[in-house]
Design a protein around this ligand. Sequence first.
Ligand code: GAP
Length: 527
Amino acid sequence: MSEENKSSLDSLTALCKRRGFIYHSSEIYGGMPGFWDYGPLGCELKANVKQAWWQFTVRGREDVAGLDATIIMHPKIWKASGHLDTFADPMTMCKECKKLMRADQIADILAEQKKKPVAHNPEGTLSCPYCGGEMTEPKPFNLMFKTVVGPIDDPSNIAYLRPETAQAIFAQFQNVTATSRMSVPYGIAQMGKSFRNEVTPRNYTFRSREFEQMELEFFIRPDEAVEILHGHVVTLADNPDLDGPVQDDWGWEVWHKYWVEQRKKFLNAVGLPTDRFVEYWQKPDELAHYARACVDIEYDFPFGRQELEGIAARSDFDLSQHQKWSGESQMVFDDPLKQAAKKMDDGAKKAFIAKVQAEWSSRGKDPEAAEKFCLALFDGKYIPHVIEPSAGVDRLMLALLCEAYEEQKLVDDKGKDDVRTVLHFNPKVAPVKVAVFPLIKKDPDQDRIARDVFKNLQKKVNCVWDVSGAIGRRYRRQDEAGTPWCITVDAQTVQDGTFTVRERDSMEQKRMSYAEFLAMMYEALEF
Ligand code: GAP
């Protein structure tokens, strides 16, 4: 991290503590690495980020339903998902200084300390980035937190705190499908806590041990079903319009790109301009074995370019695994598909099976399984494939804080240099939307009118009331909290009902009526 970036992260961290955005968890006992609490402003920011995501992903669409599942679930879920066997980081310990670290992060630690050369041991084996000592052979360390369910502390009662919210969506797929009356293509969304026993939590809240995720599993037809239904499958080569309504003939590739674009729109809407993040398309050898594509959206944090969120095309891996481990069918019945297949004669069906078998064989998949899959399709049945946009609440909050933070150099009324600390939050996520002040607190008319404005606005949005100090100081306090508008009731308000509205970023003041202010505020808050 450059000195400049480090100092900007240090200043932001100090502001977050001072203004009640983020505190160390259990601070009075010395804190807990990887655990953070959100204070009065932080919890409002968090609620707004989650509400914005829910509005954009669930309520603002016709094809997504919500879910709120438990954190502790049947342990078999984690066997089926692969987390029990493979959700591990390679851990290594220095034989000299006994420091524990992730073997795959040694290079990063060395890069961070590049000004500080470290002696490598002569055998060329891993060496400690802190003292140059020899490291132990890396061993996998499972990141799931274990707990015991019920009063008997026995291995048979071991359960896990979920390391992602996604698996609950797969486990409840059939229930939600039956009760929401939605049919594929459609999605299930969930927000909530996840837990990972990260070996090296670091970079403020970026990698925490307790955090929140906002995940969407968007279920789509396998491309072969789209082919039967439409006689073709739209791919990216067809240059589909991803800004218009979704289309029934899109293949998985188009759905995946569509969700990448949707996520970018969401990030823009909450205050991250497109030129502030990059799309990283994972290379084929970086993809998980079941994934067909995965895009990381990366943001330039002060400590380097890092993953903000990911959008993965996960094929039918998850539902197939749950079908295998639970014994419960995870297939859906798709009547339009059955009707379309009925129109195919035997010759067309044979040719279709042969084509799918050839395609599956080229990907090393079993041709017999391909035939079984096609026969189920002709009956209108399949296990849906899934596109998964998965975001971290805390990571997005950190990006929004980094993006919003500015120490502005100004010259005050007396010509003196001044620094204004301001959080330029988009009003949609700003923790406080409006601050209301009477210009002269001892003026009973100003106080009464300002109180009325405050009470009325309080019913609509989060507001604060402030009468302490000069008006300039009150503005500065709100700038640090990222409040977009400050309303000041003055002598003219008593005459004509209009008040001044000071806008945070431009610092301009305009006179407005209450109705004009409401219209302007609602327009800025609407998705
Ligand atoms: N279901 C897929 C999944 O969980 P992931 O890439 O492991 O994928 C998705 O996590 C997102 O969750 C990440 O992009 C990040 O925003 C957030 N996340 C993951 N681990 C985190 C951690 N230790 N602390 C904070 N956020 C984390």
